[in-house]
Ligand binder design. Structure first.
Ligand code: ADP
Length: 470
């Protein structure tokens, strides 16, 4: 099958969160299954300058008509270990960051129009697989493609981000009839909504865990009512497929960011050395007997930043240290609130290498999200022998086995609806660590030996593609 993954971020080129991990590891897994895989994404400045090998080969140059202007686009090509990467180079993406600009909906409209033209010019893809709002209108544009048999799939990685525009932008950005808005097809709360459009227009829609699929379809009020749209319009065409992890990249046995590699038999000494190294690197003393607790995250409300800050006063009772690497809209709050606590060290940065070392060095990883479609960090932490403490939402429920499952346990899952549950769960985890209970070894071993590979989920995606009929 010839598959095109359309996305706004992909490792190794750019990353703000789990979508970038998904594209890189999933495309690699599809390739290993013998599929012909291409990825297309915007050519951000950062890619152009950090990865000069990507601007050697111009694949195509074309222009296209947006509703209000004519746009030029150059497509660059790079073969990354058998996965074909295409980068759409346009003036709107010649900026430092990926998102967060006032004209994001127009920028990504431009991206989708470019990808639509690209597909029309190289019209041999069997599957066009879109991801999140930044590519969600593309399936509707493809309704006008002369080759009707293109299979379209939309994966929702985060339903909270939807792409909101105005009625007139249906034409201004996409040159589509505004009747799509007036009839309600792409209208939500009286705005043009990209994610809704994708849900309506794609052949299949999925999200990234079974539990989140259930949560979403049954939640008609949250996420601006997008769950109700899925329930009414795609009930039988909506599934959850849990994300895998790139087990080559995230492997404590070979990870070159660690000062000492380790496996399930050597994790105690290995983690101790990595702990020593990160403390040294950050100028911290190794003068505590309790656990090293960590979080590596976008600091947004979704991730439970308030909960991440609730633990501050308890750390000294357990002689614990707490290292957090994060950026985002709540970074100022986090920094300010952490100042009085010498047990807390906050790295206000996006640092991939340091993140690897911290996963390896920590004893516990906090992920108290309010919602989490799948989550990647809990998988990484389990693989690195770091016990996750997670809320009972989305993919966290599907991937972390709570202590109550006894022999199967891989971490702590606390009740998300109970306001006191996080702190009491945190305290039990700290007590458990300090008690030197031999069961801790079982929990860590279970986590480290779990199967987080793409094997099963990749098959499920292929079945999803194959299930599309006309
Ligand atoms: P989301 O995609 O919602 O942000 P995930 O748990 O799916 O959450 O993915 C987060 C990914 O981004 C993980 O690989 C995590 O290690 C990484 N990450 C998040 N923030 C940082 C940061 N400040 N520095 C390095 N890596 C980070």
């Amino acid at each position: 099958m010839k598959i095109l993954l359309v996305c706004s971020e992909a490792l190794p080129y750019c990353k703000s969160g789990g979508l970038a991990d998904f594209i890189f590891s999933f495309s690699k897994a599809l390739k290993e299954e013998g599929q012909d895989v291409s990825v297309i994404l915007p050519y951000y400045n950062s890619i152009k300058y950090k990865f000069p090998e990507t601007n050697k080969e111009i694949y195509d140059k074309f222009g296209f008509d947006m509703g209000t202007h004519y746009q030029g686009c150059t497509t660059y090509f790079y073969d990354l270990n058998g996965v074909k990467y295409f980068f759409t180079c346009m003036d709107r993406f010649e900026r430092d960051g990926m998102y967060g600009y006032y004209d994001d909906t127009e920028r990504f409209a431009c991206f989708m129009m470019a990808v639509n033209t690209f597909i029309t010019r190289h019209n041999d893809f069997d599957v066009v697989h879109c991801n999140d709002w930044q590519s969600a209108v593309l399936p509707l544009l493809l309704h006008y493609n002369p080759r009707h048999e293109i299979k379209t799939v939309l994966t929702i990685h985060n339903p909270a981000y939807q792409g909101w525009a105005r009625r007139d932008d249906v034409y201004n950005f996409f040159k589509l009839d505004t009747n799509y808005f007036d009839s309600g097809y792409c209208r939500l709360n009286n705005c043009f909504n990209y994610l809704k459009t994708g849900i309506m227009a794609s052949k299949k829609v999925n999200t990234v865990s079974k539990n989140h699929a259930n949560e979403l379809i049954n939640d008609h009020l949250g996420y601006s009512g997008i769950g109700a749209i899925i329930d009414y319009c795609k009930h039988n065409d909506f599934t959850g497929i849990v994300n895998g992890l790139d087990i080559d990249v995230w492997n404590p046995k070979t990870d070159h960011n660690l000062v000492c590699n380790y496996d399930v038999n050597t994790y105690e000494s290995g983690k101790a050395k990595n702990k020593e190294a990160i403390l040294n690197k950050l100028g911290l003393k190794n003068d505590f007997k309790g656990p090293l607790v960590s979080a590596i995250t976008r600091l947004s409300d979704q991730k439970g930043v308030d909960r991440l800050m609730q633990v501050f006063p308890y750390l000294k009772n357990y002689d614990a240290k707490y290292i957090v690497i994060g950026t985002g809209e709540k970074e100022g709050d986090f920094l300010y609130q952490s100042l009085p606590y010498k047990e807390v060290y906050f790295v206000k940065n996006y640092d991939e290498n340091l993140a690897h070392l911290l996963y390896a060095a920590s004893d516990f990883f906090l992920m108290p999200s309010y919602f989490e479609p799948c989550g990647t960090s809990q998988l990484i932490s389990m693989r690195y022998g770091t016990i996750p403490i997670v809320s009972s939402v989305g993919g966290l429920v599907d991937t972390v086995h709570d202590m109550s499952t006894n022999e199967l346990a891989t971490g702590y899952v606390f009740n998300n609806s109970d306001p006191g549950a996080f702190i009491s769960c945190f305290k039990s985890a700290m007590d458990f660590y300090l008690s030197n209970d031999p069961f801790i070894k079982k929990v860590i071993t279970n986590g480290m030996t779990g199967d987080y590979s793409w094997k099963k989920s990749c098959k499920e995606y292929l079945e999803l593609y194959n299930s599309i009929t006309w």
